[in-house]
Design a protein around this ligand. Structure first.
Ligand code: PRT
Ligand code: ZN
Length: 286
């Protein structure tokens, strides 16, 4: 049995559970239980605060964990990063009041910086020879400059909206983060049964991730436009082209990124594509 630690509630919980469920790992939704067994896969899920996941995994109380890279780096426990999971993207950045003129890292010399990530910040400042007072606070770091508690902050930024609404500007990105799958030790060192389950799990996570943000396109196309279509389409290998009963026409099928679907559709229409179908992709198994 492989035990995987997941955030109980918070920003990563929903997407972690969705990833497990899309990977065929179903567990009940009894919110009172902190440990739940999957019904059809040799996995149980341990629910924890995200802060506790790296340590729990490093101690071996869970074999795997899904947690933000920021927590892994901050806590510094000895764990392996097996996979980036492609959600929970954010960065940890230094920010200062927007009225301040910023002329580089030296701005931070001798300043007071509020953060919930003192470990990462201390290392970054040490590497760059910056001596400043780091104030560790949990809770709303972004209000500390306006409250007169700090000159700047070091905090998680996603859209940047929180900084703007607190009169701050982002001046240095120190760490780019997303949710990662961590393990107690390298897979090769695990016992054979666990190893097989973990590899199976990683394969499923990877397939689910590859299917996200993609669409499957099907269209009818004049045969003489196939070369032009291949130039437009950034398909996985090359698009599938099937002759149609109607002479001179074929059916072309391919996969495109969500974000480029409209541009691709417009370009395909311009070279004569008709009856374009856009379908949601569930998984991509390569
Ligand atoms: O209760 P528990 O300890 O488990 O959870 P938590 O409150 O410590 O963490 P939670 O649930 O807020 O975040 C979990 C993880 O989500 C973080 O460790 C990051 O890896 C990731 N993540 C991704 C984020 C954000 N995006 C994010 N935007 N975590 C926090 N934020 C906050 C940020 O602190 C700031 O207050 O959102 C605000 C900034 O957002 P923007 O969009 O205004 O820039
Ligand atoms: Zn936390």
């Amino acid at each position: 049995m492989v035990r995987i630690a997941v955030q109980t509630k918070g920003r990563l919980n929903e997407q972690s559970m969705e990833l497990l469920s899309d990977s065929g790992i179903k567990i009940g939704d009894d919110k009172r239980k902190f440990l739940m067994k999957a019904t059809d896969f040799p996995v149980d899920v341990l629910f924890l605060r995200d802060d506790d996941i790296p340590q729990t995994v490093s101690m071996g109380a869970a074999d795997l964990g899904i947690v933000g890279l920021n927590e892994v780096v901050e806590r510094g426990f000895d764990v392996e990063i097996l996979q980036h999971l492609g959600f929970g993207a954010c960065r940890i950045s230094l920010a200062i009041p927007k009225s301040e003129e910023y002329d580089g890292l030296n701005w931070f010399q001798g300043k007071r910086i509020a953060t919930s990530y003192p470990g990462i910040l201390r290392r970054f400042f040490d590497e760059h020879g910056i001596k400043s007072e780091i104030h560790t606070i949990t809770g709303s770091v972004e209000i500390s400059p306006a409250a007169g508690l700090a000159d700047g902050i070091f905090d998680i930024v996603s859209s940047g909206g929180t900084l703007v609404s607190n009169g701050l500007k982002e001046v240095e990105v120190v760490l780019e983060s997303d949710a990662v799958l961590i393990s107690t030790k390298p897979i090769e060192e695990m016992e054979a049964g666990k190893q097989a389950t973990i590899r199976q799990l990683m394969f499923r996570f990877d397939s689910v991730r590859k299917g996200r943000g993609k669409k499957y396109l099907m269209m009818n196309l004049p045969e003489e436009s196939v070369d032009a279509a291949i130039d437009i389409l950034p398909s996985m290998k090359s698009p599938t082209v099937i002759p149609l009963a109607q002479k001179g026409w074929c059916s072309l099928q391919t996969v495109v990124e969500d974000k480029e679907q409209w541009t691709v559709i417009e370009e395909l229409k311009a070279i004569g594509a008709e009856d374009i179908l856009v379908m949601t992709l569930d998984k991509v198994v390569i």
